[in-house]
Write a protein that binds this ligand. Structure first.
Ligand SMILES: Nc1nc2c(ncn2[C@@H]2O[C@H](COP(=O)(O)OP(=O)(O)OP(=O)(O)O)[C@@H](O)[C@H]2O)c(=O)[nH]1
Length: 384
């Protein structure tokens, strides 16, 4: 992962350099920042974070990608320039986030919005749900309608943010109201084809990670392949739920087809934190060298309700976290064998993905073939 700064002073004022998990020891190859900013950087799929001032854009970016604790965001200064952040933690989650200052003026001739929207994969518009959102809705309409005219391929995502301050009923009501008004505005402008997706988010719980996971997943053309692989793996191994995580951000880039319940997701996120924290303390060599997350990374946690959490390294950046019953874990040999097949298949998808050229979004690959060559063991014991 590398960070690109518009201006060094701005970066310092954020204190990003300190909060960024550079010393995390994931073995992330740090690309040359100069080179990133001048060559490949701008061709990466782009996610734009837009919204009114103080709606929470920078906080989202810092909490999800830079391990900033939510309370620290209280001290974030207002963003004055477009702030580009390169997230190259894996070739699947390989994109650039552009954090816009709240007061972007589309009529300013120096703001080349056509160029910006042309290379954009997703536009996240953040609305502060604790504030009066009438102005934000006007801004949302102006922004998405302009962006759609330049690039109709963009995924438009609306984060109804800071919902931690709202009661459950109020949350649902706010979402319904925002949804209704935003779509009415689009209908009035004959833009019915423009699809908006809505998420209730807060940096004080896992909702922001979940929402970001869904946004990122839409930019991964290999997603059906990944989901298929997870499905085959869990059904042949007696596993209840599995998430393929990007370890640094805790975004899940794929899961099986059973519905995601927040509790399972939070449990798996917490497991990653525990494993990395313990590994940072006890997993490094005496001189501090080594990596907290590497090929050997593996953890099994038995909970007191006969549930087992099982984490294993898949690639340098990805981990599979599974939830299963104690009795299924008796067939650990089968699970390990199937995991081996799963990992091999994922690596194939990963290799093909990294070879394909990227444009506004990650390029589709012909990697579905990898499924046909995977031979999982089955639960009755006879390998296929
Ligand atoms: N309660 C609550 N406060 C939040 C949340 N997210 C951000 N905030 C607070 O909102 C304030 C503004 O956050 P910023 O991230 O600076 O907002 P911004 O949209 O980047 O603002 P500009 O840079 O001015 O455009 C900060 O005090 C954050 O702590 C949230 O989920 N819940």
């Amino acid at each position: 992962m590398s960070i690109q700064y518009e201006e060094p002073a701005l970066a310092e004022s954020y204190g990003v350099v300190d909060s960024f998990p550079k010393d995390f020891g994931y073995g992330v190859e740090e690309p040359d920042i100069e080179e990133e900013s001048t060559t490949s950087g701008d061709s990466k799929p782009r996610i734009l974070l837009m919204g009114l001032r103080r709606s929470g854009k920078s906080s989202i970016q810092k909490v999800v990608f830079h391990k900033m604790s939510p309370n620290e965001t209280l001290f974030l200064e207002s963003t004055n320039k477009i702030y580009k952040d390169d997230i190259s933690s894996s070739s699947f989650v390989n994109f650039q986030i552009w954090d816009f200052p709240g007061q972007v003026d589309f009529f300013d001739p120096t703001f080349d919005y056509e160029m910006i929207f042309r290379g954009t994969g997703a536009l996240i518009f953040v609305i502060d749900a604790q504030d009066d959102y009438v102005e934000a809705l006007g801004r949302l309409h102006l922004t998405v309608s302009r962006a759609y005219r330049v690039n109709p391929e963009i995924n438009f995502e609306v984060f109804i943010h800071k919902v931690d301050g709202l009661s459950d009923d109020h949350k649902i009501e706010t979402q319904r109201d925002v949804h209704q008004r935003a779509n009415d505005d689009l209908a009035d402008a004959s833009l019915e084809k423009l699809h908006l997706s809505f998420y209730l988010t807060s940096i004080y719980d896992h909702s922001i990670f979940e929402a970001f996971s869904k946004v990122v997943q839409k930019l991964i053309p290999q997603l059906p392949t990944l989901e298929n692989l997870v499905n085959i793996f869990i059904s042949n191994s007696g596993i209840e739920k599995a998430f393929l995580f990007d370890v640094v951000s805790k975004i899940y880039i794929a899961t099986d087809s059973s519905p995601v319940d927040m509790q399972s997701y939070e449990l798996c996120c917490d497991m990653i934190d525990v494993v990395i924290d313990v590994s940072c303390i006890y997993g490094l060599r005496e001189d501090g060298s080594g990596s907290a997350y590497d090929k050997e990374s593996l953890a099994i946690i038995k909970l007191n309700n006969t549930t087992i959490l099982y984490l294993k390294e898949v690639t340098k950046f990805l981990a599979l976290v599974c939830i299963l019953r104690e009795e299924s874990f008796e067939k650990k040999g089968l699970i390990d064998y199937n995991f081996h097949c799963f990992r091999k298949a994922i690596q194939e998808v990963f290799e093909v993905g990294s070879l394909t050229q990227r444009t506004g979004r990650l390029q589709p690959s012909s990697s579905n073939n990898s499924l046909s060559s995977v031979k999982f063991g089955v639960l009755n014991g006879s390998a296929v």
